[in-house]
Design a protein. Structure first.
Length: 452
């Protein structure tokens, strides 16, 4: 009689040899895990230049000189730290040289408070005139308090004269308005295109085409002693639809936003908007401010809403929704952001050219204090002339080639195509290993035992 038994019926209990093999593999896995952890820790401590999303170079610099550069928009939109911790400056040998970061949350010049002047005036149903002949300060804006129709744009026209007969128009940036609703958009400030000298002059404000306007107070904002630093602007394009009246933009960078530019197509009516933000997609939205988007034709060109300033906040996502039950503009909205400017001051050490790297997650701060780079107490960073920066590379944060670069030895110089090839090879190896682990074992033959 022939008795057949399946092989697994007598091999459920592992043999001594199998136990030894399992222990050996467990030891190997533990050593591999410890090695990877140690390597990851060392890689995080010493970032490689090839791991940064943006690279620029500064040439024509003498060794030992002090150099100042401004990070361009492509660099700011790749930073992963609000204060610019993920910035490095290297010489031609690849050594990190002393540098400082100004702007953002770094050391910045103390700003003076905005000075204001309260002006008396006489007004009628169509105009208001103020005698500013004794005012010696330049004015940057006019803050107008009063009453006018709600939910509409009221265009104020400003002019100056030294004899109350001949009036010279003063260009302004936008209208005033007051909308209804919860936390509605309100603007009572008429910003001037250029600082205005009013010494020896009268100032006139009119509102043609509007009725029921009554001014209660007039305050002038004094222009600063120096013009503001030019804003760094980055186009963020169109947002993703969120509900019936909202758009969402996800920001892949940590650079603070100082203001947003909202643009609509001509022909649509003004739309009140609410701007909200959150630091993480899991958090609720927090209202930052309200504004109005508009666009109309003027004799000198199209009139558009000015940039809307934002409070200081950590923003990972930005949401814009229409208020008062009004739909979003039919032509959609486009968003551009004003980024907080960031400058780098470094001491040219070693041979050039010098490379500036920016944009790497989890990078610790390596910048020094500005005072350690300034040779004398009378010198300030602004005296150092700005040097141009030539962009070498700009990729998206978290790109595969940046991950592949983190696996390479620190002294290797790896180019973009090579990094892509390494990433694909690593992906193929990982898939092969996964296939080998998931493949079922080959079936063993049955035993044939002869009966005694």
């Amino acid at each position: 009689m022939v008795v057949r038994r399946r092989w697994f019926a007598r091999e459920i209990r592992p043999s001594a040899r199998e136990i030894i093999e399992m222990a050996r593999w467990a030891t190997v896995c533990s050593l591999l895990q410890a090695t990877l952890a140690t390597g990851a820790e060392s890689l995080a401590a010493i970032p490689r230049v090839s791991e940064f999303a943006w690279l620029g170079t500064v040439a024509g610099v003498e060794s030992g000189s002090l150099v100042r550069i401004a990070l361009p928009a492509d660099a700011l939109t790749r930073l992963q730290s609000r204060a610019g911790h993920d910035v490095r400056v290297l010489n031609a040998a690849g050594d990190v040289i002393p540098f400082a970061v100004t702007g953002g949350n770094g050391p910045v010049r103390q700003r003076h408070a905005v000075q204001t002047r309260s002006f008396s005036f006489t007004s009628t149903a169509t105009q208001a005139i103020a005698d500013l002949r004794a005012e010696v300060q330049l004015l940057a804006a006019l803050d107008i308090k009063g009453a006018w129709h709600r939910n509409t744009l009221v265009h104020m026209q400003v002019a100056v004269s030294d004899n109350l007969q001949d009036w010279t128009p003063v260009p302004v940036k936008g209208p005033v308005y007051r909308f209804d609703g919860a936390e509605p958009p309100v603007n009572t400030v008429v910003e001037l295109q250029e600082p205005l000298s009013v010494e020896g002059r009268y100032l006139r404000i009119t509102w043609p085409g509007h009725t029921g306007v009554k001014l209660a107070s007039l305050t002038g904002r004094v222009a600063g002693l120096r013009p503001p630093e030019p804003a760094v602007r980055a186009e963020l394009g169109a947002g993703v639809t969120d509900g019936t009246s909202g758009l969402v933009w996800s920001l892949p960078f940590a650079t603070p936003l100082s203001a947003v530019h909202l643009q609509m197509l001509p022909g649509d009516e003004p739309v009140p908007l609410r701007i909200s933000a959150r630091a993480d997609p899991a958090q609720p939205w927090k209202l930052l401010t309200s504004t109005v988007v508009y666009r109309y034709d003027l004799p000198g060109g199209p009139g558009r809403n000015p940039p809307q300033a934002l409070p200081d906040a950590q923003i990972a996502q930005l949401r814009i929704e229409a208020g008062n039950g009004v739909p979003l503009p039919a032509g959609g909205l486009r968003l551009a952001a004003e980024l907080a400017p960031l400058q780098v001051l470094f001491l040219a050490t070693g041979k050039g050219p010098y490379t500036v790297a920016a944009g790497r997650a989890g990078t610790v701060q390596a910048a020094v204090e500005v005072e350690s780079l300034i040779p004398g107490p009378a010198m300030v960073p602004d005296i150092v002339p700005l040097r141009p920066v030539k962009q070498l590379r700009a990729v998206l944060p978290g790109a595969p080639q940046l991950w592949a670069a983190s696996l390479m030895p620190a002294h290797w110089t790896v180019r973009g195509p090579v990094l892509w090839a390494l990433f694909l090879v690593a992906l193929a190896v990982a898939m092969a290993a996964m296939f080998a682990l998931l493949r079922p074992p080959a079936a063993k033959p049955v035993d044939t035992l002869q009966s005694q």
